[in-house]
Design a protein around this ligand. Structure first.
Ligand SMILES: [Zn+2]
Length: 321
């Protein structure tokens, strides 16, 4: 091999890790400037596994005048440390606040790594999230992610959010103004906040939108509520950028559209099964055919049937009211 080629390879390897987080067999991850002063590092659109080590969400930060505001720093201490490292590659400003979108540990367990460096940092979330994670949700998620990744070292003791954000609240942090929305009816969970960053006109959707992968709908969620929320977002004016909890960010139609279509297709066929006095899965194949490329999303095989069952039960419950 020519000396110059060797040098070029060494150079690429060195600067590769210098400018991005290289995750073996998964990919290369770094914060990208998406919209004005909004940066997002899009995680792998998969469920937690050994390869991704618990990194699958979309950590983000907003660059303020003097500091940085971080949203959802990831699923364990290890992810949080890498998030911090990647942030420091693109900005030398200190982190001044953290916001958590909802109770699922894949979004907020990384708080502990941020708080290790900034012990007094305020961490914001909906009061219901704080209440529920302390009442067992954190332990439940520690078990789930731990079992699938074996990568929870340093994640406990949990760093819970300690500041509250409620529906309609407006808050300014370091010159950056945010407006909070908390769906009255449950959507992805009963603890979600959607974060609108006014300065850049960006909407952080949390897990109310996913793209290229599916995730669970837990007992606190409502698929019908999620549909109602996304329909109201579709009717609302177009923001410059939409950031989902998992999968790529983009404009409204390309980001919110596919997940809404997924949920509405499930609702349509569950409703038909219910009206026809059939089991919830009676039209599962018809729904899959109608969903086209969405049926190739990660985790579709084992999540779609569960979602169909859940929306069927919700339709049934509504009918009993
Ligand atoms: Zn979630």
């Amino acid at each position: 091999m020519k000396k110059i080629t060797k040098l070029a390879i060494l150079f690429a390897l060195f600067f590769g890790t210098l400018f991005a987080w290289e995750l073996e067999n998964v990919g290369s991850f770094k914060f990208e400037k998406m919209n004005g002063n909004v940066w997002v590092m899009h995680g792998p659109a998969t469920e937690p596994n050994k390869a991704n080590g618990g990194f699958m969400n979309n950590p983000a930060f907003i660059e303020g005048e003097k500091g940085l505001i971080v949203i959802d720093p990831g699923g364990n201490y290890w992810v949080g440390k890498h998030v911090l490292e990647e942030i420091e590659k693109v900005s030398s400003k200190p982190i001044v606040a953290v916001l958590n979108t909802h109770k699922h540990g894949d979004h907020w367990f990384g708080n502990i790594a941020i708080a290790e460096k900034y012990p007094d940092i305020p961490i914001y979330a909906h009061p219901k999230m704080i209440e529920e994670v302390k009442a067992g949700e954190a332990e439940k998620w520690y078990g789930i992610i731990g079992r699938l990744t074996g990568n929870m070292k340093g994640t406990k003791p949990f760093r819970y959010p300690d500041h509250t954000l409620v529906d309609g609240q407006k808050i300014t942090i370091d010159g950056q103004s945010f407006e909070i929305r908390h769906p009255k009816e449950a959507a992805h969970t009963d603890t979600d906040i959607l974060i609108e960053h006014r300065n850049s006109d960006t909407l952080f959707l949390g897990d109310n939108v996913m793209k290229n992968r599916l995730g669970g709908f837990d007992e606190s969620s409502s698929i019908l509520g999620n549909i109602a929320l996304l329909e109201s977002i579709m009717q609302d004016r177009e923001r410059k950028l939409y950031v989902p909890g998992h999968g790529p960010s983009g404009g409204k139609d390309e980001t919110v559209g596919p997940f809404l279509r997924y949920l509405k297709t499930l609702k349509k066929w569950a409703q038909k099964a219910y009206d026809d006095d059939e089991e919830y899965y009676a039209y599962k194949e018809k729904a899959t055919a109608e969903l086209g490329p969405i049926a190739w999303w990660d985790a579709y095989g084992h999540q779609m049937g569960k979602h169909l069952n859940k929306v069927y039960r919700e339709i049934e419950e509504k009918d009993m009211e």
